[in-house]
Each structure stands twice: as C-alpha cells, then as structure tokens.
Design a protein around this ligand. Structure first.
Ligand SMILES: Cc1cc2nc3c(=O)[nH]c(=O)nc-3n(C[C@H](O)[C@H](O)[C@H](O)COP(=O)(O)O)c2cc1C
Length: 308
C-alpha cells in the first residue's frame, strides 16, 4: 500500500525506523533494496548542523537509492531548529522528521526527545519553526504514547495544528523505555484523534505483525526498527514477496554501499555492529564477536563475511 505524506507519495507504507548507531547508509540501502518505503537518518542534533564536521557529514550522507529520504532532527530550542533546518546539509532531504520520542536520560535532561511531550507548546513552536524553514517539504513528528501516561492523542492533534504533515507513534510511554509490549490499542486512539497520516510503531517483527498492527490501529503506515536488524528482508515479506536471503551477499552489498562514500576505517566501524548482531545466539558467537571487534580493514571484514 502506498503512503502519502504532504506532497510525497511513498511506494510502500512500511518504513525503516531511525536507530542511532544502526541506521547508517549501508543498512538503509539494504532495507531499500528489499522494498522499505522510506528510510531515516538516525537522530541528528540541530545544534551542530551549521558547523561542518566529520560526524555530521557521515550522518547526513544519503545513498542514491534513498528517494525520497528523511532526516531526523533533535533539540529543544525552536530557534536552533529554525537555523538547523536551513543548513546546507539538510537541503537534499525530502522530508524533515522531528524526534519527540527519545527516552535517553542525557537527551531528556536537556528538554529534548520525549521530554518535549511534557511541553506541547514548545513542541508546537518547534514544528512551526521547522515548517517555515522546510519550504514545501513535509515535516513529520515521531512521538511516544506520552511521558508517563497516554497523552499522545491530544499531543498529536496539537502537532497537526502546528503544521505537522504526519505523526509516527511508538506505542510506549517514556517511562516504559523499551519494557513490556507496545500498546497498539493506544496507538489506535491516537489515529482516531488526528486527520493527518499516522504511522504505527512498536514490536513489528514479521509480516503477520505488520498485518495485525494495521488492523488494530487502522494506521496509514507501519514503522519497523528493531525487527529489521539482521532481518531487512522483512520489507519484502510485508509486500508478500517470496524472498531467499543470502546473508553474505547482503553484507557485501552493505559494505559496497558504504565503501562508495566513506573511508575504509569508517566502513569497518559502521559494519561491525551489524555483523555482530547477525550471529547473536549462534554457536561460536563469542569468538566471532572478538574477531569482528579486532578487524581493522574492510579486507579483514570481507574475510569474516565470507565465513558467515
Ligand atoms: C538502538 C536503537 C536506536 C534508536 N535510535 C532512534 C533514533 O535515533 N531516533 C528515533 O526516533 N528513534 C530511535 N529508536 C527507536 C526506534 O526508532 C523505534 O521507535 C523503537 O525501537 C520501537 O520500534 P521497534 O519495536 O520496531 O524497534 C532507536 C531504537 C533502538 C533500538
């Protein structure tokens, strides 16, 4: 099913969630090759965007296959957002997403991420500031169910009134972090409260989960994050495609995509967490982890991939 966000229509309504330390260009490209309708960068602080540094450059580089592409910004000051969204590195993005869901203490203690759910008026000012800087590009917001109780229905409506073109809801409160299971019934309440497209998120690990979350929430799209780690083919499965996964081929593709953009050293570091999660739970995983950790060049990484 297609999903329309403002003036952009995605080829499919299943999208890859932003994940810090995971959603790099290689992983995103692999998810796109299996049919993900949209990919997001990991969360990027609005404060550093106007200063060109290596890390910002790594985080904001996108692959040609990522059309359309979304950047996710975080911060707490509407003025920082107004400046950040106008930074040159943001020009190439088709969709601007605002993080209002990150539960990490370091982030919320600065009033960023899910802390914004406690301050709807500041959150609305941020949406207005980003909208103004984004021009005709859609602006979306990613939230949780609330801080410590369900406030997402009224919060999402306030973001819509401030100009948001879509809301994604992770079906947990900030207090829950990642504990328990995502409350899809509560996401359904948020869907009923808004008129803009709503993307449901939380605990989708299979094509069957994808079908069920759509049924329960009546959402317009589904975001898959952890369920795609080591299982990017989930995006083909939700399309009903019969896929045969070749892990070696996938990792070589991922490495190739990264090598086109980054130095050997950066490619190694970006690939390591993916290689480690691919074998977790398998016999010999510990030795393998040590081998991956010790690798210093893509040649060494390639040799490890060939043993998968
Ligand atoms: C390692 C990791 C990093 C994450 N980083 C981000 C991030 O940068 N921005 C964001 O909005 N959500 C982030 N999330 C949350 C996911 O996008 C998603 O909302 C959450 O994991 C629930 O969905 P899932 O059950 O499909 O994983 C992260 C999650 C994980 C596990």
């Amino acid at each position: 099913m297609a999903l329309t966000i403002g003036n952009i229509t995605l080829s499919h309504d299943a999208v890859l969630g932003p994940m810090a330390g995971v959603s790099d260009l290689g992983f995103r490209s692999l998810a796109r090759s299996y049919g993900a309708g949209l990919t997001y960068t990991e969360m990027i602080s609005v404060c550093g965007l106007n200063y060109r540094n290596k890390q910002t450059e790594i985080l904001t580089t996108v692959a040609p296959c990522e059309t359309p592409c979304a950047v996710q910004l975080f911060g707490h000051d509407p003025e920082d957002f107004a400046k950040g969204v106008r930074a040159e590195v943001i020009d190439k993005f088709d969709i601007i997403d605002i993080n209002m869901g990150c539960p990490v203490q370091k982030v919320v203690s600065r009033g960023e991420g899910s802390a914004l759910m406690k301050d709807p008026s500041r959150a609305a000012d941020i949406v207005r500031a980003v909208k103004e800087g984004a021009g005709s590009r859609p602006v979306t917001v990613k939230i949780r169910l609330g801080w410590d109780r369900l406030t997402a229905p009224e919060f999402a409506l306030a973001m819509e009134r401030a100009g948001a073109d879509m809301v994604t809801v992770h079906g947990r409160t900030r207090t829950q972090f990642y504990q328990g299971s995502a409350d899809w019934d509560a996401i359904a309440e948020v869907k009923r409260a808004v008129n803009i497209p709503l993307v449901a998120n939380g605990d989708v690990k299979s094509a069957d989960d994808y079908r069920r979350i759509k049924e329960v929430t009546a959402c317009d799209g589904v975001m898959i994050a952890r369920g795609a780690i080591g299982h990017t083919s989930i995006f083909a499965e939700v399309r009903g495609a019969d896929v045969e996964v070749d892990l070696k081929k996938d990792f070589l593709f991922q490495m190739d995509m990264l090598s086109k953009t980054y130095s050997d050293h950066v490619v190694c570091n970006l690939l390591k967490p993916h290689l480690i999660s691919a074998v977790s739970g398998r016999a010999g995983a510990k030795e393998y982890r040590l081998k991956v950790g010790a690798a210093k060049t893509t040649e060494e990484i390639k040799a490890i991939i060939m043993t998968l």
